[in-house]
Design a protein around this ligand. Sequence first.
Ligand SMILES: [Zn+2]
Ligand SMILES: [Zn+2]
Length: 197
Amino acid sequence: MASARDEWVAASSRFAAIWQVGKVPAHLLEGPPAHLDVEASDSVSLDVQAIVRCAQRVSGGRTALILCGSRLRTRECPDLLGYADRRARVVVLSTSAMQSDQDPELLLARLRNVLAHEQGHLDGRSHCRTAGCVMRPVSEAAYLDARPLVPCERCRRPRFRRAVALAAAAAALALAVLLFDGVASRLVGPAFEMPFT
Ligand SMILES: [Zn+2]
Ligand SMILES: [Zn+2]
């Protein structure tokens, strides 16, 4: 069985660049650390959009993964586990938001889970309410331990197939209405004709 570390390395190595912001546990990174030039503090949460803009300036359009030692926030959300910007092709994960209590295996497993979720956003998936789905949002790091790494059946279906299924359902409904209309008019008899038209 693959270790949490192997799985983490396999998932994170799909990104063309990996940078860190602030202090990040060394076992997460292969080779010497590459810092992204964002002013970081371990006590204050950072605006994730500022990190994305900074990454975008240096990534040259490549996919980039940013590991941040601080907590993350957006204007709408005061505390984030991770964040994906599909247009910028940037994913940001907060290592301190994982609440792993210095347990390196737990940290790897939780980061791997959030990465799978954010990767889903990069692939165009949105949030899902199904319990057994990686795209289900969680409010606390501990919930990550029960969230699967893969999307549910519905989220796995390619987008155009979902659109085709929707169109087919609409067409079936329209046909049903027409048929019902036809049957109804036969039962009721021909439409009443106005005598003076
Ligand atoms: Zn999400
Ligand atoms: Zn789903």
